[in-house]
Design a protein around this ligand. Structure first.
Ligand code: GLA
Length: 382
């Protein structure tokens, strides 16, 4: 499946640009637990998956650079010396952003051709955007010998998203997509950018993703609003980020903030603790504990941080009714996308059929179900 996908991109590149590309695979990610903690300098527990973006790239002697989005069959010609963003939500802004951020580093870039396609639906909460950014920065680094480290590359990807896409994301997605390790999840400290790899073998359990196939509008501005709330609370506490706060610290300024903001900050502090507890539970093989933490994460995301939606809540409520599911929660930024479910392998098939039917009946639109394989991060492929 992956190799035929790579071939499609390769052939698409050759047909359009009449030259052989360097091919890059850049994965999407899942996140076991730790949502909205990354931009609070906290902990997250993501893993790269075997789905993502395949890109072909090569230097070009033409007078302009060209990016070709194969899935959309859209071509974008631009000058690297005159970069202008397009309307909000345009895929072109990721390209512009990465190129602009590389140029800010005083690196020499020439014109290039770039073709990409993906097999994660955008809006699934599996970071197709980080995969796209990473595939481009990694590809440019290869063909122009820019000598960036992987860490420098993910920071370029993140700044592209902040400054040219307008989402003030944390570093989890770019990190997981770049540094993923096959069969492992990464306990990442988003302040030090140090990660500990955990081999994931859930024995007779597996991780199942269910995509609501919805992405509610305003999710980007809601994301940025949440980040602002966290930063304001951290300022009031005179700390760098909420990662440095305890629940009792937070109580000392309760009278200075709204109840909503108090709950949001409390969620971040609690979620950060849950990540550490989850890593202990995984190390000890205590899947019941892990599942309970995953359910608790969803409760917080729904009631305190308020980033869930009816479709996600429905899927989690259904999971709770199933004794073979130890935990389920919304994954990623929220307002749509996937739930992640820790389910007994032998019960998976029956649950999939049942949930597909129930979801269709309730929302008059299908959900999609994916099994995930944990994979390596961004790399050259062939
Ligand atoms: C999005 C952002 C990440 C992270 C998650 C929520 O995926 O890009 O940086 O904040 O939401 O955990």
């Amino acid at each position: 499946m992956k190799s035929s996908f790579i071939n499609t991109i390769k052939e698409g590149f050759i047909a359009k640009f009449k030259s052989e590309p360097v091919l890059i695979f850049s994965p999407g990610r899942i996140n076991i637990i730790g949502e909205h903690t990354d931009y609070n300098d906290g902990f997250v527990f993501p893993a790269a998956v075997d789905k993502g973006i395949v890109a072909g790239i090569q230097k070009s002697s033409a007078k302009a650079s060209t990016a070709y989005a194969m899935d959309k069959d859209e071509v974008f010609e631009f000058s690297i010396h005159d970069l202008k963003t397009l309307a909000n939500g345009s895929w072109q802004n990721y390209i512009i952003g990465v190129v602009a951020e590389i140029l800010k580093k005083n690196k020499k870039l020439g014109n290039f051709n770039f073709t990409f396609g993906g097999n994660i639906p955008s809006g699934a909460g599996m970071s197709s955007s980080a995969a796209l950014e990473n595939s481009l920065v990694f590809g440019l680094n290869e063909v122009f010998n820019l000598a960036f480290t992987k860490q420098e590359m993910i920071l370029i990807s993140q700044r592209a998203e902040h400054n040219y896409v307008g989402v003030k994301c944390g570093i989890m997605d770019q990190y997981a997509s770049m540094f993923g390790i096959e069969n492992n999840a990464l306990l990442l400290d988003c302040r030090s950018l140090e990660a500990k790899a955990f081999k994931i073998d859930f024995k007779n359990y597996e991780l199942l993703l269910i995509n609501t196939n919805v992405k509610h509008s305003l999710s980007d501005s809601a994301f940025n609003d949440r980040r602002l709330v966290c930063e304001n609370v951290a300022n009031l506490l005179h700390i760098k980020a909420l990662r440095d706060a305890t629940t009792s610290d937070l109580k000392t300024i309760k009278h200075k903030i709204s109840l909503e903001d108090y709950q949001k900050a409390l969620f971040v502090i609690q979620e950060n603790n849950r990540v550490l507890l989850a890593s202990k539970a995984i190390a000890a093989g205590e899947l019941g504990t892990l599942g309970a933490l995953i359910y608790a994460s969803h409760e917080g995301l729904k009631h305190q941080y308020k980033v869930s939606c009816d479709e996600l809540d429905f899927l989690v409520d259904q999971a709770k009714l199933n004794p073979h599911i130890l935990g389920a929660r919304m994954m990623g930024g929220g307002f749509g996308g996937c739930t992640i479910n820790l389910i007994e392998r032998s019960a998976s098939k029956v649950f999939k059929t049942k949930i597909a039917k129930l979801y269709q009946h309730k929302f008059h639109t299908p959900c999609s179900i994916y099994a995930v394989t944990l994979s390596n991060g961004t790399h050259v492929t062939n």
